[in-house]
Design a protein around this ligand. Structure first.
Ligand code: ATP
Ligand code: MG
Length: 249
């Protein structure tokens, strides 16, 4: 076990003291033509600072919904989400937006880059929204794109990038603000095996280098096995897996 790993394990043992993101007793259901669809009920999750967490589970299990609730893109019916120890349900929409911009990054399954903007402009956007000046935002966006291997694609629009390049651009956009945590919904779902591996290597390297906690929804158990903690979502609950053991929920 190297130094980094043992440090990470030490954090895992006392998650409450260093949780970057915490869901407490979260419940969420949707109304489907008068019928209540309960997605999860009194669910708890802790994302320790600097840790990598995988969430696996069948289609429709509620993984994306959980990620949206944790990222304050959607409200839970009840329960609390704490971001950097702060209960986000007590905040106004504007305060919540600011906190999200400052501390969280998102990588969506389908990149969600803005089509009419270049790679550089897409990555600079969260910094500009966060109030940085154009020169600083552009410099940091360029550095970030270089670190994901896209220094030669700054002025390309999303349609002019390959699938893997788009996903790396989306990762650069999520990480450019140096967030405490990145929430990623099947970030490698549309990529071939080799490119998926590269994108995952990149996210784990950024986790190591920048200490960014990762919460990654994935169907790929091989990929999940590379994370510090793996949960399977089933029947509205999270079941923790022992490292690399995906035999039972
Ligand atoms: N806006 C909505 N209105 C009604 N039902 C919804 C809504 N969003 C999600 N659901 C339902 O909630 C359940 C969980 O959906 P969710 O998208 O979280 O699943 P998932 O685990 O991400 O699935 P997948 O692996 O297919 O992406 C599903 O049964 C879905 O139909
Ligand atoms: Mg989903």
């Amino acid at each position: 076990m190297n130094k980094t790993t043992s440090h990470k394990r030490a954090i895992t043992e006392k998650p409450h003291t260093s949780a970057v993101l915490e869901g407490r007793s979260l419940s969420k259901s949707f109304d489907d033509a008068g019928q209540e669809v309960r997605v999860f009920d009194q669910l708890d999750i802790i994302v320790p600072a600097g840790e990598t967490v995988a969430i696996i589970g069948a289609s429709g299990a509620g993984k994306s919904t959980l990620l949206h609730v944790l990222g304050s893109l959607e409200q839970p019916d009840s329960g609390q989400v704490l971001l950097q120890g702060q209960d986000i349900s007590t905040l106004s929409d504007a305060q919540r937006g600011r906190l999200r911009n400052r501390h969280l990054g998102f990588v969506y399954q389908f990149h969600h880059l803005l089509p009419e903007f270049s790679a550089l402009e897409n990555v600079a956007m969260p910094l500009l929204i966060g109030g940085r000046g154009t020169a600083e935002a552009n410099k940091r966006a360029r550095d970030m794109l270089e670190s994901v291997g896209l220094g030669h694609r700054l002025s390309h629009r999303p349609a002019q990038l390959s699938g893997g390049e788009r996903q790396r651009c989306a990762i650069a956009r999520a990480l450019v603000t140096h967030p405490a945590a990145v929430l990623a919904d099947e970030p490698t779902g549309n990529l071939d095996e080799h490119t998926a591996e590269q994108v995952m290597d990149l996210m784990l390297a950024l986790n190591r280098d920048m200490g960014t906690a990762l919460v990654i929804v994935t169907h790929d158990t091989r990929l999940a096995a590379r994370m510090d903690i793996t949960y399977r979502m089933h029947d509205g609950r999270l079941h923790r897996h022992n490292h690399g053991d995906f035999s039972a929920a």
